[in-house]
Design a protein around this ligand. Sequence first.
Ligand code: SF4
Ligand code: SF4
Ligand code: SF4
Length: 429
Amino acid sequence: MALVYNWQLGRPMEFPHRAEKYPKRQFAFVFNINRCLGCQTCTIACKSTWTFSKGQEYMWWNNVETKPYGGYPQFWDVKTLRLLEDANPGRQVWDATVTQSDANRNPRPYGTFKGKTVFETAGKGQNPDTQQRVLGYLPTDEEWTAPNIFEDTPKGVRGKPNQPMPDSASKPEHQTWFFYLQRICNHCSYPACLAACPRNAIYKRPEDGIVLIDQERCRGYRKCVEACPYKKAMYRSTTRVSEKCVGCYPRVEGSDPLSEGEPMETRCMAACIGKIRMQGLVNVDQTTGNWAEDRQNPLYYLVKVAKVALPLYPQFGTQPNGYYIPPRWVPRSYLRQMFGPGVDAALEAYVRPSRELLAVLQLFRVTQKIIFRYEIVEGEKVYETTVDGKPWAIYNDTVIGYGQRGQEIVRTTIEEPMFERPKKHANSI
Ligand code: SF4
Ligand code: SF4
Ligand code: SF4
């Protein structure tokens, strides 16, 4: 058992695994839910690369589900939330007061979680011989059969047309709503799958924090499947061992022949049609395990500076490294239980983006290479208006992305260049 500081919870936390060195860098990503069209190109990019074989028919390391009703496996989040609530009734709450004191060692960007995590509620009231290290459950076979069940099914009142709630002009909550939730393994800083494995078959790679299952050591006990609150560890009946997203590590480490030695984004990220995904590597502070300050890393900027992207169910306690820009039309109470108390500030930042945020958002999907640093060259003002009664302007700035060796890998402007096809090729590419 180790006592660790979980910065997403704003407090120390018990983690039922021996203390190890933190990885040098951490695989992380930001998904902008507002832009996803549910096309599942990401899902197929992963499946056609990693899970197309016998025994993997129902295995989707990447899936995009329709919230609030959908889920893969079905009801994964509702079931885990209920287990937590049953173990700590009425006390799974946040104190959303954000304090700045001691902000480097003990950051509290979303306040403090007063409830208990999947680690802190495990094994309560059970026979010690059969105690779980992590609170969880094993989904049934039926629950794994449909990766996007209830596709496009909205929540609303039957027979009543949609009426936006008069909350604000730019981000009205809708009474009839759904949204797509894109999901892969979060390569958590405190992985529940790893903590639960009795064979020590799961490990975090020291170079990039990618969480892998050693296929030789695994005996298929499925403790990881039971423990992962995101249900991103899966059992394969033909090999009788568990498998999970491998973070496309050959691409991330630059050993894939396509990458020409440069770290590349994963298959599911690179294939994204809606340009909603950005993935990269952040430096890890070796004393605290938190992200080390790196102001010009686009992921660091989005999560730690602009605070526009939030962790999925931070209250589970695994400190996931996947972050989401929440959808602006969805009732806030739903979003807050899913992404924590940072929702309102994140939406505020997103609907009236600063000049810098607008530029960083422009870097999504402009290159397959991993961007380690960005710079902005200021341009002319091209548009001005008011948002929520406040003035807001767009400048045609240029944003430049740099690779691992500090070399320029991409350059783009806020105003995207327009190309007109010549008439004689109007219907061809
Ligand atoms: S999301 Fe689940 S499978 Fe992935 S690292 Fe976290 S606990 Fe493990
Ligand atoms: S990172 Fe790679 S292995 Fe993981 S879900 Fe995406 S495509 Fe699949
Ligand atoms: S490819 Fe991108 S836009 Fe399409 S479903 Fe996946 S995340 Fe959404």
